[in-house]
Design a protein around this ligand. Structure first.
Ligand SMILES: Cc1ncc(COP(=O)(O)O)c(C=O)c1O
Length: 352
């Protein structure tokens, strides 16, 4: 069998996966008749209410097309142009959004913080805030952090409380990039409220695309005053979907019976299986603790080349230099993992 037939599912990105059955069924149902446009429809109301139920609080919810717009528009709503946004040096808002947070905030500066394993070291917030305190420095206004992180690690409840606590002490607003929020909840096994509003998070960009829907992320304002005129910001930013129900209906499909967590638990479990397999291959090193659905790994360059020639797709050096990122999805199977591990095992033997 040719490699392209044999390799059904790739590990390059959780965006490579298709739409899961629950999201697809809700889209089909939403397609049955006519509905009011621009978000005044019953699906959008239902999806927003399900999100309120999950977080056990009254919050303002907006659906936008993707994670970049969710992050950049929500950050813009927290800042004036002379403010700054503090985030980890590997944060998606810094390295993978083409300057959209700066653009939509009319120039708020992103300031970078260090920290091991993709997590912000709280002492770095102190350093950035106190670097200068005069009018010549862009005034620190927001701490943005990613949960699960860009390298697949997850802030524990204590780490997260400490981080948000430090931010609050310095008068910073707290923004969470939750492109893989479901994977973090599945990993921590906590109530969503515990790592969000109860811990001091003001706004969450709640992703679901990487967990099985086609398109559409939710911006969730726990501090509801911060949502003031956010609808105008969405419209101006080209993020108000006319047929909004097709963004929101999949959320209903995912949330109503808990399938969002089932899928996230599954992709996390596949990452664990992948980690175990990779650990058994001499010359291959796991770069970070595997805590969600991503595995970062150092693979000898000849083996990378041979894996690509065999048909496997994955990225090397995109998030972190010299490290390959392997992402598991809601539809990754144990057999996919075994096939990848078996091929890599063969390649590393051949190249050693
Ligand atoms: C941490 C993180 N935040 C946000 C996003 C959303 O990006 P996009 O605009 O591609 O939906 C991604 C996607 O890769 C991500 O990994």
């Amino acid at each position: 069998m040719s490699s392209s037939n044999r390799i059904r599912r790739q590990f390059a990105s959780d965006n490579y996966a298709g739409v899961c059955p629950e999201a697809w069924a809700a889209m089909t149902e939403a397609n049955a008749g006519h509905e009011v446009s621009y978000g005044d429809d019953t699906w959008t109301e239902k999806a927003a209410n399900l999100i309120r139920d999950i977080f056990e609080t009254k919050c303002e919810v907006f659906f936008v097309f993707n994670g970049t717009s969710a992050n950049s528009l929500s950050l813009a709503s927290l800042c004036q142009s002379y403010h700054s946004i503090l985030c980890h040096e590997l944060a998606h808002v810094e390295v993978a959004e083409c300057g959209a947070p700066e653009f939509f905030s009319n120039g708020s500066k992103v300031l970078l913080l260090g920290g091991a394993n993709g997590k912000i070291n709280p002492a770095e917030i102190d350093r950035a805030v106190h670097k200068r305190d005069d009018v010549h420095y862009p005034k620190p206004r927001v701490l943005s952090f990613t949960q699960a992180t860009e390298v697949g690690t997850v802030y524990s409840l204590d780490e997260l409380r400490e981080l948000a606590g430090v931010a609050r002490r310095f008068g910073l607003r707290v923004h969470m990039d939750g492109a893989r929020f479901a994977n973090a909840i599945a990993a921590l096994n906590v109530a969503p409220k515990d790592i969000t509003w109860k811990a001091g998070v003001d706004v969450l960009c709640f992703g679901m695309t990487k967990n099985g829907i086609a398109v559409g992320e939710a911006v969730v304002f726990f501090d509801r005053e911060l949502a003031h005129e956010f609808d105008y910001r969405c419209k101006q930013g080209g993020q108000l979907a006319s047929k909004m129900r097709f963004l929101s209906a999949p959320w209903v499909g995912m949330l109503k019976d808990g399938d969002w967590l089932r899928h996230a638990k599954h992709s996390n479990a596949m990452a664990k299986q992948l980690e175990a397999g990779l650990r058994g291959i001499p010359g291959v090193q796991i770069a970070y603790p595997v805590e969600s659905n991503g595995v970062f790994v150092r693979i000898p360059p000849t083996a990378i080349k041979q894996m690509h020639e065999r048909g496997w797709k994955f990225y090397t050096g995109v998030v972190t230099p010299d490290e390959s990122r392997l992402m598991c999805s809601w539809d990754t199977t144990p057999e996919d993992v075994d096939a990848f591990v078996a091929d890599l095992s063969e390649m590393t033997k051949a190249s050693s």
